[in-house]
Design a binder for this molecule. Structure first.
Ligand code: PMP
Ligand code: GLN
Length: 394
């Protein structure tokens, strides 16, 4: 049997994700891992305690497919408190991380031949999911260093077969945040052209600009056409728990839960209990965690700057982006990342790995800063030496 020919074309030549590759290289070479995004610190103790209590005291059998009622309720309470959204639990489906929510949303809403607009850089799951659903990804590049969302470009890209747009705000890898005006412009285009907005808002509460997150869902005419995706992995720094969710209204919400029931049906129930408790904790718990991340961000930024790297402004996420060209380095981001992990012992992510289409910048590298001080200092030391080797004169 010629099994190779049986593989779906989307998966035929697919590589492992850049995150998985970089983490594997880091393990293999004993490098400091500033590549794949995850915090090294301990998660809030209250969540660990809640998960262990749930393991001992609660049922370990299938929860309802759409998620524990207590968690769906807590998600609504959380968004009412932090974003002023009026949601009901029926609108919420709990998923195995935001990744599953993205898959469910695309499979539920994209039909063969539909065009789906993806702003670039785009999280690496988006395009393959759209293609697997038979859709056609259409790229709109965002320009560094601001990565502003251009409503005019969105309007210009809309074709009769365009059905949806995928939006990531705050934006991974850049760590930028869309302004009210940008979101308002995008919302107007979505409403005018009857587009569905699949909004990946996993970084909504990892913001350092002191501003509350505003969902595209809250703009006029958007509630009925938005899928809002969130992840406890980011909110609490628990990436391995893989508890996420998706929120929509009416027919969309029903379709999402139908797609979810044949992807995973449900997800780890003790962790659902713990996240439900976590979302009810006072905001000070989140504030403390964010203050730690902000201190790490400042530390890495200062260290990299001191070492001669030009760090782009960022307001959110666990990532800083370095502009190699502006740092006096002529090599491509992929070459920098490959060499840095082998020669300097520091894993990073080349930003071009998160771009599709043309106009791919090749001078930006992403560094994850949610690591203990000693790890960041050692990484900076190594990167400082590495920079001297790369550009002996400068
Ligand atoms: N979307 C974006 C933009 C992300 O950065 C991530 C994870 N880094 C995900 C989705 C996936 O989230 P999860 O781990 O909850 O599946
Ligand atoms: N989204 C994470 C990051 O940006 C990685 C997630 C993954 O490895 N699947 O680093």
């Amino acid at each position: 049997m010629k099994t190779a020919g049986r593989i779906h074309p989307v998966y035929a030549d697919m590589e492992r994700t850049v995150f998985d590759r970089m983490s594997a290289l880091a393990r293999e070479h004993g490098a400091i891992n500033l590549g794949q995004g995850f915090p090294d610190g301990l998660p809030p103790p209250a969540l660990i305690e809640a998960a262990s209590r749930a393991l001992h005291e609660k049922s370990s059998q299938y929860p309802p497919g759409a998620g524990l009622p207590e968690l769906r309720e807590a998600i609504c309470g959380y968004y009412a408190r932090r974003q002023g959204l009026a949601l009901s639990p029926e609108q919420v489906t709990v998923t195995s991380g935001a990744t599953e929510a993205l898959a469910a949303a695309v499979f539920a809403l994209v039909k063969p031949g539909n065009e789906v607009i993806l702003f670039q850089p785009a999280y690496d799951a988006y395009a393959p999911l759209v293609r697997r659903a038979g859709g056609i990804p259409v790229s709109i590049p965002l320009s560094p260093p601001d990565f502003r969302y251009p409503a005019e470009a969105l309007a210009a890209a809309v074709m009769p077969q365009t059905r949806a747009v995928m939006l990531n705000d705050p934006l991974n890898p850049a760590g930028t945040v869309a302004s009210y005006e940008e979101l308002s412009g995008l919302a107007q285009v979505c409403a005018a052209h009857d587009l569905i907005a699949i909004c990946d808002e996993v970084w909504e509460d990892v913001r350092f600009d002191g501003m509350p997150h505003r969902s595209l869902m809250s703009f006029p005419d958007m509630a009925e056409r938005t899928v809002k995706i969130g992840s406890a992995g980011k909110i609490f720094g628990l990436t391995g728990w893989k508890i996420g969710w998706m929120i929509a209204s009416g027919h969309l919400a029903t379709a999402l839960s139908r797609a979810h029931q044949f992807l995973t049906f449900s997800t780890a129930v003790p962790l659902q209990w713990a996240v439900a408790e976590g979302l009810l904790l006072p905001d000070t718990v989140l504030d403390e965690q964010r203050a730690e991340w902000a201190a790490s961000r400042a530390r890495l930024k200062a260290g990299l700057t001191e070492a001669g790297y030009m760090v782009l402004p960022n307001a959110a996420t666990w990532f800083l982006t370095v502009d190699l060209a502006a740092s006096g380095l002529a090599l491509k981001d992929s070459a920098f990342s490959e060499r840095a992990v082998l020669e300097a012992g520091v894993a990073t992510v080349p930003v071009s790995a998160l771009y599709q289409g043309d106009q791919v910048p090749e001078h930006l590298v992403r560094f994850c800063f949610t690591k203990p001080d000693g790890v960041l200092d050692e990484a900076v030391q190594r990167l400082s030496e590495f920079k001297k080797e790369l550009s002996p004169g400068g």
